[in-house]
Ligand binder design. Structure first.
Ligand SMILES: [Zn+2]
Ligand SMILES: [Zn+2]
Length: 260
């Protein structure tokens, strides 16, 4: 398995997973130019893309969807709740309704090369989702934009060998920062984002030696990558690979698909 974090953070989020023959994209908050350039650079052919999955419809996760849909004609998966309650956003972002596919939480979506299990997250965007998927015998886990860790996520993360976990803010920086109180409350609230402390604790509790952890969606104003790195170094055993994905940067990874 070959995967790319095209970019992550409030500036845009986009992930690509490829077996070589089949690929999926999760979130598209970047331009078509950027996505296609990075895919070409890393030798993931565009015609391997089977579908796009959205965690939710905030623009940093969905602003590229309309163009990508029109260029590639691929299906875009969202939860049925998300499709029902975000119609005006879809219209605004010129997302083509005929290419929208919906799932119910609890369902598994099966595509060539991938089987994908969406689970609900807790965010101020109706029907938001995280994903666990299996490709080449390995489980991958992705959870961003969630104010609390959903109960179900613990077991799902334990089953996965590669994990992408939101580590949005440092509690002290948020508390002492410049944001107005309502925004601080939104970010740290039940429907906001995950703190570094919660992310590291979750990662530590659900990982075992040999796993790979990517900390993503770091806040530009309420976090510093070194804080996350230091926390990870302190809390997470050295046999677990940890990468803090700096805002706006690209990261590439491989997994040979063999379960130890
Ligand atoms: Zn969001
Ligand atoms: Zn976001």
């Amino acid at each position: 398995m070959h995967y790319l974090v095209i970019t992550t953070g409030s500036c845009g989020n986009c992930y690509i997973f490829s077996t070589g023959r089949d690929s999926i994209i999760i979130d598209d908050g970047v331009t078509y130019k950027k996505i296609t350039e990075k895919m070409a650079e890393h030798e993931i052919p565009l015609d391997t893309v089977r579908a796009l999955f959205l965690t939710h419809l905030h623009p940093d996760h969905s602003k590229g969807v309309g163009v990508l849909q029109r260029k590639l004609g691929i299906p875009v998966y969202v939860s049925n709740i998300s499709a029902e309650r975000n119609e005006s956003i879809m219209v605004k972002q010129k997302i083509e309704k005929t290419l929208i596919r919906t799932y119910d939480f609890g369902d598994t979506v099966t595509l060539p090369g991938f089987s994908i299990y969406p689970f609900p997250t807790s965010h101020d965007s109706d029907g938001s989702a995280g994903y666990v998927f299996c490709a080449e015998g390995i489980n991958f886990f992705l959870m961003t934009d969630t104010g609390i860790i959903p109960e179900e996520a613990w077991e799902l993360a334990r089953s996965a060998r590669v994990k992408f976990i939101e580590s949005n803010y440092d509690e002290e920086m948020l508390e002492n920062g410049m944001y107005p109180q309502f925004l601080k409350n939104r970010i740290s609230g039940r429907y906001g984002h995950l703190s570094n402390r919660d992310a590291i604790e979750f990662a530590k509790e659900t990982s075992r030696l040999g796993d790979s952890l990517y900390f993503v969606h770091l806040s530009a104003n309420n976090n510093i990558p070194d804080i996350v790195r230091n926390l990870a170094r302190k809390e997470i055993p050295s046999g677990i690979f940890c990468k803090v994905c700096e805002r706006g940067e690209m990261f590439e990874g491989f997994h040979d698909g063999k379960e130890e």
